[in-house]
Design a protein around this ligand. Structure first.
Ligand code: ADE
Ligand code: ZN
Length: 362
């Protein structure tokens, strides 16, 4: 529940109507969304049928993603692997990418997304197959809706350091313009960031951008991610606020943090698990460059609009604060300066149209 005092009765209803208009219309920049985790339950069930796979003991679209039932990150990652295992051929990757970018993106005014791929989550599938399908889905989604997108290849930290380095080699050998960089996800407890320094060094030498998840780890993981892995962003990073020195440094260097309110609240990484989004509030109040996204939307019962909605309700935010989070997202993209400026201009125009005084002008 929100700790912010809000009026009751008709005034509250009016506030809600206005909040709905703002969160739905807000332009969004999506920097923390996993391809597998954005597969719709119906699609995953369909693909399982297509490939003759019985899903996780016979689960259906209704009970595939039981977000309240993920005991912990490991249980969530197990279900993620079940979903990834049935996304296999070029058509499958096209479909999941297209649906994620259109119904799961453009329909929520996501203007631009950097999508995490997880090649190890599709055992036996060649990297080229993933790229061919996803890139075709990205092109079709842009043609149909205007949404732009690029890719981040996620290394699985549950795997060995050698396997992660091999994947970086594959990325470099199969270089395409859309792959802007690499990430690091799955279990931080199993794979601390320093374990992957060689893979990240190789990626850096090849000119790839770098980011890494740190949802539950201690604040010094953030320093390792920045200094040893050479990352220019941090995914989640909620424990930064436990260390005032590291927080100050990240504020000064304008290190972006890609926060995901709904999934992190369910996973209790943001510290609360009670809907207060306390750590995200502390990060914003400290002056950190916070961006908002929805991680694995259908798997956590959310979408890009809903993540802004829950945060706005919990923290009492209106258009100005939400727009600032979107503009942080523009700054945090790995786009070049010209594309970033164009994205910023589009976002500003849409934000301007949401200002109360602008409504009569439409
Ligand atoms: N892979 C997909 N979503 C993830 C998350 N929230 N944490 C770690 N790895 C992930
Ligand atoms: Zn994530």
């Amino acid at each position: 529940m929100s700790s912010v005092e809000t009026p009751a009765g008709p005034a509250a209803e009016l506030l809600d109507v206005d909040l709905e208009r703002v969160v739905a219309g807000l332009p969004k920049v999506s920097l923390h969304c996993h391809l597998i985790g954005s597969g719709e339950a119906e699609t995953i069930v369909d693909l399982a049928r297509k490939h003759d796979v019985v899903l996780d003991g016979g689960r259906t679209a209704e009970d595939l993603f039981d977000h309240a039932g993920y005991e912990d990150l490991d249980e969530f990652l197990r279900v993620l692997d079940v979903a990834g295992s049935v996304i296999r051929d070029v058509d499958d990757f096209h479909r999941v990418a297209y649906e994620s970018l259109t119904r799961g993106g453009a329909a929520h005014n996501v203007l631009y997304r950097e999508i995490f791929l997880s090649p190890p989550g599709h055992p036996g599938v060649p990297y080229r197959t993933i790229l061919d399908g996803v890139r075709a889905g990205m092109r079709d989604a842009e043609a149909d809706t205007g949404i732009r997108s690029n890719l981040i290849v996620g290394l699985n930290r549950n795997d060995s350091a050698a396997a992660a380095s091999e994947l970086v080699d594959i990325v470099i050998e199969n270089r395409v313009d859309e792959v802007l960089g690499i990430g690091l996800d799955y279990s931080e407890a199993i794979g601390p960031p320093e374990k992957f320094w060689k893979a990240f060094r190789r990626a850096g030498e090849a000119g790839l951008n770098r980011t890494a998840h740190s949802e539950s780890g201690p604040p010094h993981h953030i320093e390792t991610i920045l200094d040893l892995l050479g990352c220019s962003r941090v995914d989640h990073g909620y424990h930064v606020v436990d260390d005032p020195d590291i927080t100050r440094r990240c504020v000064e260097e304008r290190v972006p943090f890609t926060c995901t309110p709904v999934s992190s609240d369910i996973g209790r990484y943001s510290g609360s698990g009670d809907g207060t989004h306390l750590r995200i509030k502390q990060m914003i109040d400290a002056g950190l460059v916070v961006t908002i996204d929805s991680d694995d939307p259908p798997m956590f019962g959310t979408d890009p609009t809903h993540d802004f909605r829950v945060l706005a309700r919990a923290l009492g935010y209106g258009l100005d604060q939400l727009a600032a989070l979107t503009m942080n997202g523009v700054e945090a993209t790995w786009l070049d300066a010209a594309d970033k400026a164009a994205l910023a201009a589009r976002a500003r125009t849409m934000i301007g149209a949401l200002e109360p005084g602008a409504q009569g002008l439409r």
